[in-house]
Design a protein around this ligand. Structure first.
Ligand SMILES: [Zn+2]
Length: 155
């Protein structure tokens, strides 16, 4: 896996971009995918939750992607969501990205297992993140997702 986590950027007021910080300092065991353009890491210690981050820092959002970044994003989203769905036993994989506080392009894939009660489905699932967090299971699942992606790279 190439180490592409080298681009950091300071935000106004001298703060390091939180997204750059996560991308640069996430332990290897929490990285499920990396390429020249994208990094996917486990998120919030919730099993099957993944953050996809553009490697380069930029304050533009989706409209600021280069043609190559735009071209590779769709297949990456499809592969990661399929791997998360299969490995996590998810019935749905939600997409979420705001870019308000930290404008570096990133978004989340949130696996929603079939076992989640109906009243927690949709945005309500976010409120339950602390209860759903299970670092050991998130790492185990992350390893399975990483292996599935690596196997599909070899096809
Ligand atoms: Zn950044």
């Amino acid at each position: 896996m190439p180490d592409t986590r080298t681009h950091e950027a300071a935000q106004p007021q001298g703060r390091l971009c939180h997204v750059c910080d996560i991308r640069t300092n996430t332990p290897e065991e929490s990285v499920v995918f990396t390429s020249d353009l994208w990094t996917a890491t486990l998120a919030a210690d919730v099993p099957g939750w993944i953050m996809i981050t553009l490697n380069r820092h930029g304050s533009d959002w989706l409209w600021g992607l280069s043609p190559e970044e735009a071209l590779t994003l769709g297949p990456l989203m499809q592969r990661l969501s399929e791997a998360a769905r299969t490995e996590a036993g998810a019935e749905r994989v939600y997409l979420m990205g705001f870019g308000e506080k930290w404008q570096h392009f990133h978004f989340m894939l949130l696996s929603r297992p079939v076992t989640v009660p109906e009243d927690l489905r949709g945005p309500g699932l976010l409120e339950k993140a602390p209860e759903l967090a299970d670092r050991r299971e998130a790492l185990r699942l992350g390893s399975s997702i990483r292996k599935r992606l690596a196997a599909s790279d070899g096809q």
